[in-house]
Structures are given as C-alpha cells and as structure tokens.
Design a protein around this ligand. Structure first.
Ligand SMILES: Cc1cc2nc3c(=O)[nH]c(=O)nc-3n(C[C@H](O)[C@H](O)[C@H](O)COP(=O)(O)OP(=O)(O)OC[C@H]3O[C@@H](n4cnc5c(N)ncnc54)[C@H](O)[C@@H]3O)c2cc1C
Length: 359
C-alpha cells in the first residue's frame, strides 16, 4: 500500500514512475492484503498522526466512493482519562467530528453490547472501514492510469539503483517500500519486529452488518472488530503483539489459543454472539518499529534512495497522506518528517488499537 500510494502520488505530480512488485498489488501475502482495515482518526494525544489520518480520509474518499465504508467507529473507553479522552480533545481541536456517549447510549449503537465496564463510548461518526486489498489495487490502478509502469519482479538494491531479474533500473528517486521485507534488504538500516497476527471471523446476523453497526476498538482491552462486510463474517482481532514470524511462512489459519482469545473478547463484549459459529480464521503480519511510528527517510549513502514503511499495525489508513508527505520530502517541497527518520528510536506508546497487553 505504501509503495502503490507513493507511485500514485509521484505519477499524479507528473513524474515518470516504475512500480516494481514481486506479486500483485494487495496480494494476500502482503501486509496490505485482505478484506478490511479500520479508518479512524483518534490517536490519543498524538496530533501529527491524528491530522495525517484525517488528511488520508479525505484522500481515500477522492480515490473512490466504494473503498471506504463510513459506518463510524466506536471506542470503548474503560477509563475517563485514557487514550479516548485525549483523542476526543485532539480531534475536537482539529475539527474532526467526534461524540462522547454514555455507556447506555453507546450500547444502542450495537444489537447487543455489554457496557457496564465502560466509562464512556467515543464515536467517530465519519470513521469506518477501508476495503484493504481493493484500495491497494485502486491506488496501483490510478498510478498506472497516470502513466506509471508496473513491473512484476523481485527487486534488490544495487548501489543507488535496483536490479530486477537481469535488468538494472536507475532513477532520480528510488523508493523501497517493501513492508516486512525491508530489514532483509537493508539489515544495517531497518530494524522491525515482524509478528504473526491472528484474525477470526464469526457468523453474525444482518443487524450486525456495517453500515448499520459501527466498527469498534477497545484500546485498553487490546481488541477491535468490524461487522460482516462483503460476505465475510464479523472480524475480530485480539491486537496484542504476536510471536515473531517469517512473512513468507505465515500459517494460513489462527491456532486454537488465538481463536479462544477472540471468542472470549467477542462473548465478553457482545453477549448475543457468545455462541456465534466461527466462520474461518486467518493470519497476517505486522512490521513494527520500536516507537510504533512509520519510516520515511533518505538512505545515508545514496542521496536518491528512500526507505518507506514500518506500518506498525496501523499504517494502512494513513497511506495516501503518508505518500503526500513522502513525495513532498523527496521533491524538496517540504522537509522530511523527523519522526520518520532512520536510526534508533525510543520505545513508545502503541498507536494501534491496543494499549494494553494482557499477555
Ligand atoms: C491483521 C492486520 C490488521 C491491521 N489493521 C489495520 C487497521 O485496522 N488500520 C490500519 O490503518 N492499518 C492496519 N494494519 C496495518 C497495515 O495493514 C500496514 O501498516 C500496511 O498494510 C503496511 O503496508 P506496506 O506497504 O508497508 O507493506 P506491504 O503491504 O507488505 O507491502 C510491501 C510490498 O512489497 C513487496 N515486496 C517486498 N519485497 C520486494 C522486493 N524485493 N521486490 C519487489 N516487491 C517486493 C511485497 O510483495 C508487498 O506487496 C493491519 C495489519 C494487519 C496485519
């Protein structure tokens, strides 16, 4: 997604672009594959990521009306002074629609919701769900419509250029946006934790389907979910950091323990779905930086080479805004974002939907 978004942006600004992908944009083995990703602006007290998400929301809507399902997103706040109240303040300051609801009023948003352990519910009415693989493909398709060339192949760095098969590619700017594969391409520059993340899908009847029902996130409880969309069941993800994984060797399905944890989260919050049949499970991988922030910086030895990634489990929604910022840095229109710099980082608070790791 980051690579397709940058290609799209560069092509839109009139640059000649070659997009190299070893598979297909949005393929299932990529971190950007699959059916859905949350699109929300709340990032606790982090003003930069909040603003980025809102800008991306505008840009996603420009890309296509069927890519974002604006069903809203409800944050289940377990305390008065946490991530959600900070987010409410920052979103309010930035003019982003947000509504604080009592637990009882919040419960009305869902066919069944256990809210007695909640301090309040924070609704982002314009948030929702991105159709992930379709959105990635749409970015790549628009890049091509704007003149970009798509080359299928495995690229490897070669000084200031790239080699794909037996061809060398040189360019004024070379961007490596290779997700979880960045560390093996640039071991001295990029450190990422690549983790295995399970997802479970449960059968849920029509009232649970978005846009009738919002997506949700339980930051202190480290889980999130989306009602059935496009024929997939209700998606529930326990969002704690999974074990390390080789992104090329992910198991196809979640293990029994992960499914049991998902069912526990489901039945705790939505008692009516306690016995909902498991439709299927799958896995994905995160590529996590030490501070959970993204990477977009120049290679220290090659002025024309840039590294972009480190989505850290929350990058998708930011894609087009990240690309806008990245291209501005690459063309000298704006300075690079210091928080995206290569080099050591201090461990930071989670910017995902998981503030607490129940272990
Ligand atoms: C389970 C799960 C849930 C998530 N939920 C959310 C969410 O709700 N909201 C959100 O905003 N984000 C979410 N994310 C995070 C988000 O999906 C990622 O941050 C984002 O997709 C990362 O995109 P990327 O472009 O960096 O990586 P990728 O999508 O992996 O793209 C990298 C691409 O590079 C290609 N590639 C790699 N090496 C080479 C090479 N040498 N030559 C050619 N091609 C190469 C790969 O084939 C791949 O297509 C979630 C992630 C997961 C796994």
């Amino acid at each position: 997604m980051f690579g397709a978004a940058i290609a799209d942006r560069l092509a839109g600004e009139g640059f000649g672009v070659t997009l190299v992908e070893r598979a297909e944009p949005g393929h299932t083995g990529a971190e950007s594959g699959g059916e859905s990703r949350l699109m929300r602006c709340c990032h606790g007290d982090d003003e930069m990521y909040t603003r980025s998400a809102r800008r991306a929301w505008e840009l996603w809507r420009e890309l296509g009306d069927d890519l974002l399902v604006e069903c809203g997103l409800a944050w289940f706040a377990r305390r008065d002074d946490g991530w959600e109240s900070e987010g409410e303040r920052v979103m309010g300051d930035q003019g982003i629609p947000v509504e604080r609801m009592s637990p009882d009023d919040g419960a009305e948003l869902f066919p069944s919701l256990l809210a007695d352990d909640l301090a309040f519910v924070l609704l982002e009415p314009e948030a929702g769900v991105l159709r992930a693989a379709a959105a990635t493909r749409a970015l790549a398709a628009r890049a091509r419509a704007r003149g970009a060339r798509l080359v299928r192949g495995q690229a490897r760095p070669d000084g200031a250029g790239a080699v794909v098969g037996d061809r060398r590619l040189d360019a004024d700017v070379v961007v490596w946006a290779c997700g979880a594969w960045l560390p093996e391409l640039f071991p001295d520059l990029v450190k990422l934790r690549v983790t295995l993340q399970p997802i479970a899908f449960f059968d849920a009847p029509a009232p649970w389907h978005p846009p009738a029902t919002p997506a949700y996130a339980d930051y202190d409880g480290a889980n999130y979910g989306v009602g059935p969309l496009d024929g997939h069941g209700l998606k529930l993800a326990v969002d704690v950091d999974g074990p390390p994984v080789d992104p090329d060797r992910r198991p196809a399905e979640a293990d029994a323990q992960a499914i049991a944890q998902a069912r526990l989260a489901l039945s705790h919050r939505f008692p009516a779905l306690a016995d909902a049949p498991l439709e299927r499970s799958k896995t994905c991988h995160y590529s996590i930086t030490a501070d959970m922030g993204f990477i977009c910086d120049r290679h220290p030895e090659h002025n024309n080479v840039w590294l972009a990634g480190g989505g850290s489990g929350h990058g998708f929604k930011h894609g087009p805004a990240f690309a806008e910022r990245a291209v501005a840095a690459m063309t000298g229109a704006a300075p690079p974002e210091p928080r995206f710099a290569l080099g050591p980082r201090t461990a930071g608070r989670s910017l995902r939907t998981a503030g607490w790791d129940p272990g």
